[in-house]
Design a protein around this ligand. Sequence first.
Ligand code: ATP
Length: 221
Amino acid sequence: MSGVALDARPIGIFGGTFDPIHLGHLRTGFELLQSLQLSELRWIPVGNPGHREPPLAAAALRLEMVRAAVAGQPGFVLDEREVRRSGASYTVDTLEELHAEHPARPLCLVLGMDAFLGLTAWRRWTDILELAHLVVAHRPGWQRPEQGLLRDLLEQRGTTHAADLHAALAGRIYVHAVTQLEISSTGLRDIITSGRDPRFLVPEPVRAIIRETGCYAAQAD
Ligand code: ATP
C-alpha cells in the first residue's frame, strides 16, 4: 500500500463514560481496529455527560483506568479532550475538532447498538453523520431497529463493505457483529458494590486501580 493510501485510513473514535472500561469495550474496539483497518482507535472518555447521570468515578480516575487498559496495544490511543474541555461533553464538538485536525481522514464513530438506538436524542445528531461514519457494534440484548427513522437511516446509509468507510469522509453506517460479551459498566459496579470480584471482566491493571482506590466499593479478595 502506498504512503498516501495509508494516510487515508480512517480514524476510529470510541467514546463512553468508561465507568469503568471493561473487556466488552476493549474486545469490540480491537476487532474493529483490525477488521476495518483503522489507522488508530481513539478512546475518548466523556468528561461531563450532558445526557445522563454523572459517572461514579472521577474523570481523572476514569482516564487513568482507560490509560492502563489501552497501554501496550498498538493503534489504541487515549484522547483526553472531553475531560479537559469545560462544560458538558458533546460528541459533535469532538468530531468537529477531529475533522478540523484531520480534514482528509475519514472518521468512524463506534457505538454499541444500545447507543445507536438513542442517536436521535444526541445534540445535533444529523451533523454527526456529516462529520463521521457510524460503526455500530452488536451488543447482547439489543436488536437493530425494525421501524422508524433509524431503520430508514440504516436502509439509506447502511453498508456491509468496510471499503466504503475508506472511500468517503463520513455519512455511512456500518453494523458489525463483534464477539458478544455481555458485560456492562453498570453490571460491574453492582458486582463491586456487592463485594464480588470483577476479575476476568476488566483488564488486570484496571482491576488493580479499582482495588487500590476503592472507587466503587470495597472488593472481596
Ligand atoms: P453503563 O452500563 O454505565 O451504561 P456501558 O457498559 O454501556 O456503561 P459506556 O461507557 O456507557 O459503557 O459505553 C460506551 C460505548 O460502548 C457505548 O457505545 C456502548 O454501546 C458500548 N458498549 C458498552 N459495552 C459494550 C459491550 N459489552 N459490547 C459492545 N459494545 C459495548
